[in-house]
Design a protein around this ligand. Sequence first.
Ligand code: F6P
Length: 753
Amino acid sequence: MRLLNIRLIVSLILGITLVSLVSSYYEVRAQKRSLRQDLEHRAEVLAESLAQNVEPYFGKGSRRLQKIVGQFGNREHLEGVVIVDREGTLLAVTPGLASSLASQSHAVSQSMIDNHGISEFVHQGGGASNIYAVPLHKDEQVIGALAIIHDATYIEAQKARVWRETFFRVLVQVLLIALITLLIVRWSIAGPIARAAQWMKALRTGRASAQAPDMDLLFPLAKEVETFAQSLTAARNAAEKEAELRAAAASLWTAERLCVHVRGRLGDSRLFVVSNREPYFHTRQGKTIQAIVPASGLVTALEPVLCACDGTWIAHGSGEADREVVDKNDRLRVPPDDHRYTLRRVWLTKEEEEGYYYGFANEGLWPLCHIAHTRPIFRASDWKHYQMANQRFADAVLDEMSGIERPVLLAQDYHFALLPRLIKKERPDARVAIFWHIPWPNPEAFSICPWQRELLDGLLGADLIGFHIQSHCNNFLQTVDRTLESRVDWEHFAVNREEHRTSVLPFPISVDFDENPPSGESAYIERGVLLRELGIEATYLGVGVDRVDYTKGIQERFLAIERLLEHYPSYRGKFSFIQIGAPSRTHIKRYHDLFGEVEAEAERINWKFATGKWKPIIFRKGQHNHQEIERFYRIADVCLVTSLHDGMNLVAKEFVASRHDQQGVLILSVFTGAARELRDALLVNPYDIEQTAEAIRSALEMRAEDRQTRMEHMRKIVREQNVYRWAANLIGSLSEVRLDQAEPSVFAKSLGV
Ligand code: F6P
């Protein structure tokens, strides 16, 4: 900082001095010129008028001449007058004036030769004079010359004065500017730097918060440093947490531990994820474009993995402003505030989306795999679009993989049954896994699909197929056994077919389990606030959170509430159930109708029982973010998950994860994957309305100690079997798969060799 000060000040002194000197030089020159011109002008006027006066008396020894000349002298800067004849002989001179000055003057002789006035400045004995000579005439003949001599020393004195003033002005300017500069440096640079240094030191030693102090001019730097600081704090917290966990010999999975695990498992290969739903979609809000995270367990699960290894996520660009934010290769870096991985968007026309997503995936495969008594619809045109879309996504994946050796691909869900084969055909060196997020039905149920062989063949292109639970794996293996020529290895849960082996294993998906309760009001106060917001009065609250989907058993749940109020009238006016229903796939008629049916059912039951400010069912339609939903989880006495069939159901796990108070009872359908893990929930058959009604009553009347014991057990399971463990197990198993011998020619082709 001292060096900076010296450099700054020396540069300022040199700069200001130079500028002042140059400007003063020109100023002095101009002033000198003007003084000289002024003097010459006065001399000329005087000489001209005097010449007329002396010409009649011109001649040697003329007393009149001497008298006229003698009158001049000791006027303002005027030294005197000299008159000479044509030969330079002195005829008259002002007394006391050195006559030699004029007689030797070049101006005097020259004025007679040129026959007009000439001015000359001469320096003599430390002084300076101006001689202005005019020729004298008789009968128009030059007969001599008259010279006016002025003392010009005052011009030099004036010059010296200007220089002196310049010196003092420069001195004062330099001192002032140096002082101001020093103060600015101190206040605006040295001060903030010192504060920042102090803060960073405190941060390094763990004594400061990650929020940067006021850094004034260094504000842009402060923002960056603050991000560093936050990462450092997060890393330190994670390290401390890890250390605590190690000390406690615990085996909890965290995002940080997953990062280390994934990096270790992948080595120098790259990770690719392909899913239909994208992790961020862009929408227009007024004049700005906003990135939105869809409410999806899949995103929560996969984002830390992608961030950890800077992978590429390929997904359908479905946001209205999605095209406006990608580069020419349809890529963008995400998360928006902290670019950690690449999102590659794939575009589909309305017609393609209709056939592939709404049609084959959601009207065909979804009801086929969920035994929920909604008949699957298989249209040849939808199948065509499904094939085409799988090829479109596979092309995008292959494009992203181009030039990358031994890539790793995690394909997601029932939208991409054909994709593993398409990838493996082109890239036998790739490790390919597909995770099937929904149930797999028994072989008889699956066999109604006209393209069952093609779907199975596509899936078996993968090295690893993941389901939530073992029974879905078993159903899949039985389906393959019945449908395709292959050898099922029941001991290791794998399929051997055409020299390729596919492992089929369970990986129960989960949620992020946050140990820290959210800040804010207590559950008791929050409940009062929420009831006021909803405009109702109730003593007991139940909650259900679902996409409005026929697999979720929402109407069955409402019927159970009706039955509870019929059988136990004491709960009338006391128990209210809040159903959060996110509209989903409403473009499909069955879903569109269902929304109306659910609404009508809630209205019917409300009409039957509602009194005053109380009603049994509050149906909150619309998308709710995680924070909004968590408020309801925290205040509920009971959470109802009554799916008719569900791969896992993350609502059940989210409810458990959010009950930091160890209270609340979970009623859970036995037909969910979650029921295999959360054995302390009250398990129900959702088709059995009486049983579910009884379960609600048991939940509301359960002793606080029982509630606590059950919740503690369930929380222990969700804490340990969290989403990071799911991702770690999936990637761990895939990295252990032995790849078949890759065909060099194909591999070389995809590498562009
Ligand atoms: O349960 C399967 C699943 O694909 C989930 O991954 C997802 O959250 C849900 O269905 C809804 O899917 P989408 O709205 O993308 O059709």
